[in-house]
Design a protein around this ligand. Sequence first.
Ligand code: DAV
Length: 324
Amino acid sequence: MNFSSNEWDPLKKVIVGITDDAKIPEADISLRVVNYADKDENFKIRTGLYPQQVIDESNEDVEIFCDFLKKENIEVLRPDKKYVPNYYNYCPRDTVLIVEDKAIVTPNALAARVGEWKASSEHLKPFKNIIAPEPDRTKLYNIGCLGDPEVLALNETDPCFDAANVLRANDDLYYLVSNSGNKKGAKYLQTLFPNKKVHTIEKVYSYMHLDSTIALLREGLVLCNPKRIKSEEMLPKPLQSWEVIYAPEPVDIGYYPGYCNSSPWINVNLFSINPNLVVIEEHQTELAKLLDKYNIDSAMLPLRHARTLGGCFHCITLDLHRAS
Ligand code: DAV
């Protein structure tokens, strides 16, 4: 059975994240080089639980999103709160990659996120679970990346990537090489899917994940972040033959003082309900106008702490089943 093999087919079942117990873990080398590569050595990482206001307001907004999905007749599942995360259960997108009947638990860049997927394990039972080998973390990280986006945080010692470094388009998988995914990770992913082609995207965006850089709206239509995809040649070959549209400047929704985990480009981090309906952050009206020209309606919903917590609607979901 094909549970979900692209980003846009009509959505039937989805896991939506939860903010309870969200925290910044002890600052080990993985956190330092992956999440704070743009900060110099003297930057003091604030660790511990996110402020209660962030957790409460974020949960309120996520509930509104869940209600919206249920009204669209989509089955909504949530991470199990009894698994208290070392990082958070806000972004189920980051730790599990769903491709058809497989749920791949990815070898994540942050050490604190190992095992985070267990909060969703009950919902992954219908899938063939593939747990990627754990990388040797003693050799994985390159402290030389600090302050230099040309130097990546992950060495090429073992496969390492977050699931959110990947976007799915049926026979093609797009993989960002960045601080949260190395080239060996792409090679490993290719071995799991001999009938698909894994295309790497390199020297486009050094930091976290692919889903604030590219959004696949439907077969043949891709939305790009113009700050990162500066020309169509920067896209992998198959996407160059798609119609390429560029996101307008995002409306910056800001972040809780002292806690910033994302650029302002949360508008690109949209979530498709089907090829004619997406969920976007409620202030992104210019994007809604653009999408309207392509017969795509935008449900505009609040997500006040998208930047604080480092995830908008694509990040906080894990689509399990789309009708093809
Ligand atoms: O644009 O800063 C945020 C993380 C997306 N998962 C950005 C990426």
